[in-house]
Structures are given as structure tokens and as C-alpha cells.
Design a protein around this ligand. Structure first.
Ligand SMILES: [Zn+2]
Length: 465
């Protein structure tokens, strides 16, 4: 944030550091213009007001993975304030108010070695990696979201999902939760229905996946309800979420702002984004996820329900790219939500992680449309791709799965089927054409599914006319 160190994930520990982010004596911070621009992008996309003048603040506290023993953050003068984002859960729209979007520097990472849990308790020793210290960190703080009731866990998850998609569209972060480039602290409080006052809240940390967001809120609702039902008080505190058990445990009691002894950072000049620059950034915003979904839904002629399925299955991007590669929306949806979703499920992976590209799905769709493949054969081609056998055309060639269009080859199989079933043939000759189905089945078997059933039926009826 205030130096030029690399931000890549997974670098050799303590290799992406310099005197500034290590807080060495005599080093001075300089604000990163790109980080400020990205924060403004986020603020504008979240419908926030952008400050015309604001200062960084020094937040004083000791932490072993924070080399300066203070963090440069923003306190009472955030860069962006007062925005909103809408999310839809079970057909209901919820407005999530955005309190503020501010910029700070990240801390380093402690690694506790030995012990079963990876936490400091029971560890033999601890190591510190300062690579992450000083990386620009944007904090998006929501207002309380009222009246979510039993849907609160789903609304929380939907909000983080929508925010993640928005940040990805803005191209300001790779938003990989598993690598910590999108992290989430979840605040939960209960109040009697209809009450205008919020109950005491808890803040849950270490919530590092979309599923965990939902689970953490669900757990806290149940825990706090049990506390209140027993006539006790909810303690305002920081809690930790445990992925393995899906529960939260008490951390430290929540600090008050005055504990940090904030004061304006004396080593930095104020940030005063020029109005013209902010308007330039606004004009350069890409199409945002909600608008994009609405446009695609209209273009593809889908119902709200279909669109929800598509989005929830994580198939929106894949279908969109498959359509761009030449398939019709119906074809793209059919393969991604049908056959390929089935494979992804069986393999326990996300659709996007299958070794099949939108371009390949478009090619298979094209071959089905052209009559080279039928659905049955197309499935075999997808199986070939999953087995690493290469491109659709190569698999068709290698496996010999294309539809036989040559009538003379089909007639051979038709004649063989008639010869093997004289009684069926006799019925058809007598005008009972419904009996032809049995012969069609024989021919399909003989050609290993590579014949066009309609054409085979025509040939049989012609032969026996
Ligand atoms: Zn540095």
C-alpha cells in the first residue's frame, strides 16, 4: 500500500518485503495511486459518495505479525461512504446498506508450528511471514441489514457472493477466499420481532468461504438465541469460526475505538481525489453483475427461476462463454446444467473446474446440430474429454462415434435385422408398423448407437413396404 513490493500469493516467506513494509527506521510511506483508484472504483460500484479530501490514520496496537506495531488505516475520514447493494434470496430483494469503504495496509501472517490445531495454543514455536504486511486491503463495512429473519444466513452468503462477483467484474482483486484475498468478518445480533433496537452483536472472524459465511451466521443465531432464552446476556466480543466443527468460540472482548489511540498519520499527505478523476473512473466502470444478469436473462429469454438455477449452479459465466463460442443458449444450458453438472457432482468439483471448455461444448453442440452426433454420442464425447482424450473431433475420430449417414451401410444392418426377425418383419408387412421399433432397436445396437433412429425407421418401412 505504501511501498512497491510484490503482492503475489505463495511467494517464499519474507521475500516480498522492503524497508517500508518492514517498518525499518528512517523509511517513509508513499500512498499507492492504483490502490486509491481501485478503492474509488469499488465505492462507485457500491453507489457510495467519494470523499473530496480525507486522511489516513495511525491505529496503534501491538501484533507480532505487524512490524511497525501500528497499522496505517482510515478512521473517521473513509474514502467512500453511504452506498448500497441489492441481493435477492428466495425471490425477495434485500437492500444491504454500505456504511463505508476504506483503505488500509494488511498485516503479515503468523505460522504456529507443532500442536494439532495450527493455533498458538499447544504450538512448539511460531514463525512470521511479512510478505502480506503492507499489501493494500480494502474494508467494505455494511450497515445492519434489518428484517432478514430466518433468511439471515442466506442473505449474508448472497451478499458476499454478489460482492465477490462485483469485485471480480471491477478487476480489482482475484477474490480468492482460499488464498485470503477476500476475507470476511461476520456480525450477528438478535432482536425481538418488530423491535427498533438492535441486540448486542458479536463479530466472527476466520470466515473464509461462502459456505462458512452461511454456517457462521446460522451458528451464531442459534447460540445467541439459546443465551437469550436462558435469560442471560449476549457478550459483545470477537469470536472465531472453526471450519471443522462449524461452531464459533469466544476470542477477545471487543476493543473500543479509543483503545487504538487513532491519530492522523503524520508521514502521509491527505488524499484529495480530483472530481474530474473520479468522473473518469465512473465512466470506465464495466457492466456490473446485476445489470449483466438482467441483460443475459432478457437475451436468453429465461424465467427468473431458470436464471436463479443457472446462477446458483455457477454456470452463468460458462453458458455465456459457450453462447459466445457459437452455441444457442438452450444448447449451452442443456449441457452445462445436465450432463456436465452430473459429472461435476460425481467428481465433487465445481463446473468451472471440469477439464472441458466453453469452446468445446459449443463444438459438440454444433456437431449435434449438424447431425454428426446425437445426444447419446455427444455424452460419449464428453466422457472422452473428461478422460483426457483431447478435442471433440479427435475423440469422434479415435472412438469412431460419429453417426453413420451412409444409407448403404445402414441398409446392411437393416437387412440383417429383418433376416434375424422374420416374425416381426411379417407383422410390419401386414401393416403393423408399430412393430418396427424392435427392428430399429436391433439396428441401433448393431451400429453401437451411431445411427439416426428416424432414418433407420424410414429404411425399415421402405424395405418392408
Ligand atoms: Zn515493501
Amino acid at each position: 500500500m505504501f511501498c512497491g513490493c510484490l503482492t503475489a500469493f505463495g511467494a517464499q516467506p519474507n521475500s516480498a518485503v522492503c524497508p517500508v513494509c518492514l517498518g525499518l527506521p528512517g523509511s517513509l510511506p508513499v500512498a499507492n495511486r492504483a490502490a486509491i483508484e481501485y478503492t474509488i472504483r469499488i465505492g462507485l460500484a457500491l453507489n457510495c459518495s467519494i470523499a473530496t479530501w480525507c486522511r489516513f490514520a495511525r491505529k496503534n496496537y501491538f501484533y507480532p505479525d505487524m512490524p511497525k506495531d501500528f497499522q496505517i488505516s482510515q478512521y473517521d475520514e473513509p474514502l467512500c461512504t453511504d452506498g448500497w447493494l441489492y441481493v435477492t434470496v428466495e425471490g425477495q430483494s434485500f437492500r444491504v446498506g454500505i456504511e463505508r469503504v476504506h483503505l488500509e495496509e494488511d498485516t503479515g501472517k503468523s505460522l504456529h508450528v507443532g500442536g494439532a490445531t495450527g493455533r498458538i495454543h499447544g504450538a512448539d514455536y511460531s514463525l512470521v511471514d511479512y510478505n502480506r504486511a503492507g499489501i493494500p486491503l480494502v474494508e467494505v463495512v455494511t450497515k445492519p441489514v434489518p428484517d432478514t429473519g430466518a433468511l439471515a444466513p442466506d442473505v449474508a452468503r448472497a451478499y458476499v457472493t454478489e460482492l465477490r462477483d462485483l469485485l471480480r467484474a471491477l478487476d480489482v482483486s482475484d477474490v480468492r477466499m482460499e488464498e485470503g484475498s477476500l476475507r470476511c468478518d461476520v456480525n450477528t445480533s438478535l432482536a425481538p420481532r418488530g423491535s427498533a433496537e438492535w441486540g448486542t452483536r458479536t463479530e466472527t472472524k476466520n470466515v473464509n468461504s461462502l459456505r462458512s459465511v452461511e454456517r457462521a451466521v446460522r451458528f451464531e443465531i442459534e447460540r445467541q438465541a439459546a443465551v437469550l432464552d436462558a435469560g442471560r446476556r449476549v457478550v459483545q466480543e470477537t469470536r472465531h469460526f472453526h471450519e471443522d466443527h462449524g461452531n464459533t468460540t469466544s476470542g477477545r472482548s471487543k476493543e473500543e475505538a479509543q483503545d487504538y489511540r487513532y491519530f492522523p498519520e503524520p508521514d502521509l499527505v491527505p488524499v484529495a481525489p480530483d472530481a474530474g478523476w473520479v468522473e473518469e473512473i465512473r465512466a470506465s466502470l464495466p457492466e456490473l453483475p446485476a445489470a449483466r444478469r438482467a441483460r443475459l436473462q432478457a437475451e436468453w429469454g429465461l424465467s427468473d427461476q431458470d436464471m436463479t438455477w443457472l446462477t446458483n449452479a455457477g454456470a452463468l459465466e460458462l453458458v455465456s462463454q459457450t453462447v459466445a463460442a457459437g452455441a444457442t443458449p438452450a444448447e449451452a444450458r442443456k449441457w452445462w446444467l445436465g450432463e456436465l453438472a452430473r459429472h461435476a457432482n460425481a467428481l465433487g468439483v465445481e463446473l468451472a473446474d471440469l477439464p472441458i471448455t466453453p469452446g468445446q461444448v459449443a463444438r459438440v453442440s454444433e456437431l449435434v446440430r449438424a447431425g454428426t452426433l446425437n445426444d447419446q454420442l455427444a455424452r460419449q464425447v464428453f466422457e472422452g474429454m473428461l478422460a483426457g482424450e483431447g478435442e471433440p473431433d479427435a475423440i469422434i475420430e479415435a472412438r469412431g462415434v460419429a453417426i453413420v449417414t451412409d444409407d448403404s451401410a445402414l441398409n446392411e444392418a437393416v437387412d440383417a435385422a429383418i433376416a434375424a426377425n422374420p416374425d416381426v418383419a411379417a407383422k410390419i408387412r401386414d401393416g403393423k408398423t408399430a412393430a418396427a421399433g424392435a427392428l430399429v432397436g436391433e439396428v441401433m445396437k448393431a451400429t453401437r448407437g451411431r445411427a439416426d433412429a428416424t432414418r433407420v425407421r424410414e429404411l425399415i418401412l421402405t424395405r418392408l413396404a
